[in-house]
Design a protein around this ligand. Structure first.
Ligand code: ARG
Length: 455
């Protein structure tokens, strides 16, 4: 492999630690695209003959077919995807193949392949997140007026609508998509032509290869081109943040499918049983989505640690960028798909949501607001009065809307029967009409916005 300088092959351990073919075979498509663009450019610039380029391109076509048909034999002895493909071009095209690596190094080659791969992954994830947003939007449309308890500290806080809750996630996933698209736009520059680290003495055309590969432009600095992996780190950061959002929704599915809440039911298709407890319906998929966040974050941390303090330019440490990228992308794509499927699958138990929404005096804030609005109390005073009324209601074991007026008047003489109009959870939700609020009419406005945007 290394030509004249080496007499002996590597030890078995050297091969084991050094070879990346077992995982970087996933870059085959990108590697072939890069080689095609490079060979075509070399011929166009008169660096190699058109005849040699054609032989190389025909070889690459055949390899692409062999790989897609599962007939290509990947060899560990050939270390990585780049050398595996180049060697096979040699077997097919003979001497012409030896000219493919003119004005190129595996350093700019691998950086190019990886940018192409991450670009495609960003696009796949964007589509998957869009599908998830659409599933959530459908839920929001159906449940714009479905009342559920809103929580802070996981304690009943104020009633909200389930549609409002679903749209909160649509917002989060929208920002996640933005992060992937930002990362994608930033990474979309071509390292090809940086060669090993310093550029090349051949009259290459980097604009041409960049254009062929769909990059916006060539990277300006050859050292940066081969040494930088911040694009990979940025992808992992976006993946980590998206995963944290997924894990929050997953956690809510876990909680809400528990009979203690009973807000949601997953069908048999998304539940598992227990081998000992016949009554069980476990939300394993949601738990695994929740857990995979750990893997994705771990991969981000792993790559950050690899890159830290790495001197310029290329070092073999950079080979460790691949498994973490692939692993995180796989985990995230599976999680997003599973989540979209669960959102479409779950059945909303409106009665349970409503019953829970009524528990725990969730309209106490409405009572305080009424005292401000109608009786002209300062909010702090109103807060204290409402608290005292809640305390009394608790003693009588009554919800606020069933408190006798006389009981309330013992605490605050200015109370009138008008107050009952605002004490129900439905009235509470309907009153929260401020921009971004949970009132069904505001939720329907958000739905209108997203319907257009997610078309
Ligand atoms: N398999 C290598 C990687 O993934 C390709 C680049 C090798 N370059 C080198 N100078 N050894 O990073």
């Amino acid at each position: 492999m290394w030509g004249g300088r080496f007499a002996d092959g590597p030890s078995a351990l050297m091969e084991q630690i050094n070879a990346s073919i077992d995982f970087d075979k996933r870059l085959a498509e990108q590697d072939i695209a890069g080689s095609r663009a490079h060979a075509d450019m070399l011929a166009h610039q008169g660096i190699i003959s058109r005849q040699d380029a054609d032989a190389i391109l025909a070889g690459l076509d055949r390899i692409a077919a062999e790989i897609s048909e599962g007939r290509f034999v990947f060899k560990r002895a050939l270390e990585d995807i780049h050398l595996n493909i180049e060697a096979r071009v040699g077997e097919i095209a003979g001497d012409a193949a030896g000219r493919l690596h003119t004005a190129r190094s595996r350093n700019d080659q691998v950086a190019t392949d990886l940018r192409l791969w991450v670009r495609a992954a960003c696009e796949r994830i964007d589509h998957a997140l869009l599908a998830l947003q659409r599933a959530l939007l459908l839920q929001a449309e159906e449940h714009a007026g479905t009342i559920m308890p809103g929580f802070t500290h996981l304690q009943p806080a104020q009633p909200v609508t389930f549609g409002h809750h679903c749209l909160a996630y649509v917002e989060m996933f929208s920002r996640d998509r933005g992060r992937f698209m930002d990362a994608c736009a930033r990474l979309n520059e071509s390292p090809l032509g940086a060669a090993a680290l310093a550029g090349t003495s051949f009259p290459i055309d980097r604009e041409r290869t960049a254009r062929t590969l769909g990059f916006a432009r060539p990277m300006r600095n050859s050292l940066d081109a081969v040494a930088s992996r911040d694009f990979a780190l940025e992808f992992l950061a976006a993946a980590t943040i998206a995963s944290t959002h997924l894990s929050r929704l997953a956690e809510e599915i876990v909680l809400w499918t528990s009979p203690a809440f009973g807000f949601l039911k997953l069908s048999d298709a998304f539940s598992t049983g227990s081998s000992i407890m016949p009554q069980k319906r476990n939300p394993d998929a949601a738990e695994l989505v929740r857990a995979k966040t750990g893997r994705v974050l771990g991969h981000f941390v792993a790559l950050a640690a690899v890159l830290k303090a790495l001197p310029l330019a290329y070092a073999k440490d950079l080979q460790e960028d691949k498994e973490v990228l692939f692993g995180a992308a796989d985990a995230l794509e599976l999680s997003v798909a599973a989540m979209a499927a669960m959102v479409a699958d779950w059945k909303v138990e409106k009665e349970a949501m409503l019953a829970h929404a009524r528990a725990g005096y969730p309209t106490a804030t409405d009572l305080a607001d009424w005292l401000v609005r109608v009786a002209g109390k300062p909010f702090r005073t109103a807060h204290r009065i409402a608290g005292a009324i809640v305390k009394r209601a608790e003693e009588l074991n009554l919800p606020l809307e069933q408190m006798p007026l006389a009981e309330m008047q013992k605490i605050e003489p200015e109370m009138t029967s008008d107050v009952f109009a605002i004490l129900s959870v439905a009235a509470s939700v309907a009153s929260r009409k401020s921009s971004g609020g949970t009132a069904p009419e505001r939720v329907r406005e958000q739905i209108g916005f997203w319907r257009e945007k997610l078309q």
